[in-house]
Design a protein around this ligand. Sequence first.
Ligand code: NAP
Length: 345
Amino acid sequence: MSTQKALFLEKLGGKLFIQDRDIPEPGAGEVLIEIHAAGLNPADWKINGFEGILKEFPAILGTDGAGIVKKIGTGVTNVAVGDKVLFQGAYDNRHATFQQYAVTEAEIVAKIPANLTFEQAASIPLALATAALALYNQKPHGIGFDAPWEAGGRGKYAGEPIVIFGGSSSVGQHAIQLARLSGFSPIITTASLHNSALLKSLGATHVIDRAAPLSELAQAVQAITSKPITVVYDAISDADTQNAGYDMLAPGGTLVIVHCRAVDAGKVTSEKEILYILGSVQFAEHRAIGKSLYARLTGLLESGEIKPNQVEVLPNGLAGIPDGLAKLKAGISALKFVARPQENA
Ligand SMILES: NC(=O)c1ccc[n+]([C@@H]2O[C@H](COP(=O)([O-])OP(=O)(O)OC[C@H]3O[C@@H](n4cnc5c(N)ncnc54)[C@H](OP(=O)(O)O)[C@@H]3O)[C@@H](O)[C@H]2O)c1
């Protein structure tokens, strides 16, 4: 078989349609993956508003994938044909995941342990990368904490508080889990209170109702810890959360943001860092830390130290993705939509 089905975006703001295309060949160091589950992310609909990211049209979207290795390029030793793997693709037509087969670099794929389904595995890559790269890549690309999957990193930041806005988002759930592995305490997060039990099971020590006024948040945090807040991870990053996060940050601290900077210019001081993260292990500046994460990811998933999101499988394979993106845009709570590209005959 040399052709496959893919979901294409005609142009920015254009229609999504399914069409046949060639199955790519893996080059040296690459693997060809038959995609059994593809995770949907907000970027997959927001991309219509971003010029310049997609370089070819029609474009295939989707960056999160899980499936079976079908071919390996020369020099690949960490995975073999038949292995079940998860990987973070990219917004180009060889690597994107809203198709039945994609190619990626073997050094950033991880085997899926037996306790995870393809769908659970496909919920992980972008959210995990966005949390992990910001916390553990070296400056200026990350804060530079020692990673908990590396020797000496586990529990290293015991007793240091962290505040995570949007704990029930996909990114927030991974930030909480990594903060727990790093030892941060307390781990304070904002979410709807119906998600409290889930977030506490992942490692949050305190869940503050996100419906409460943000102007009262710093006070609520101070009631939990008197220590200076030197890390705020804003997994929501609208103007309100960025400003609230910046306000509560102590001098020398870092506010991580996942969207363009919206902190009021008048309050910005050189004493507080703002770190904008684009969470892809495909990027050159994140590759080394991404490679080290993927080398240890199977074990972290097998032990349950990193847990996937709650997933909902979309019907009709690739054809179900447009509806899924519309629902994602309308808003979800602690959930990841996943499509099964192989269901398209
Ligand atoms: N820069 C990057 O590389 C990158 C990568 C991934 C994502 N992102 C961006 O990061 C954001 C999160 O992505 P995601 O996939 O994690 O999103 P998601 O899972 O779709 O987020 C949904 C969650 O957001 C929570 N939420 C919404 N508004 C909130 C607020 N004001 N305060 C606290 N929680 C709030 C909701 O919480 P409740 O249900 O508890 O109310 C809901 O569970 C998106 O804007 C996305 O575009 C950026």
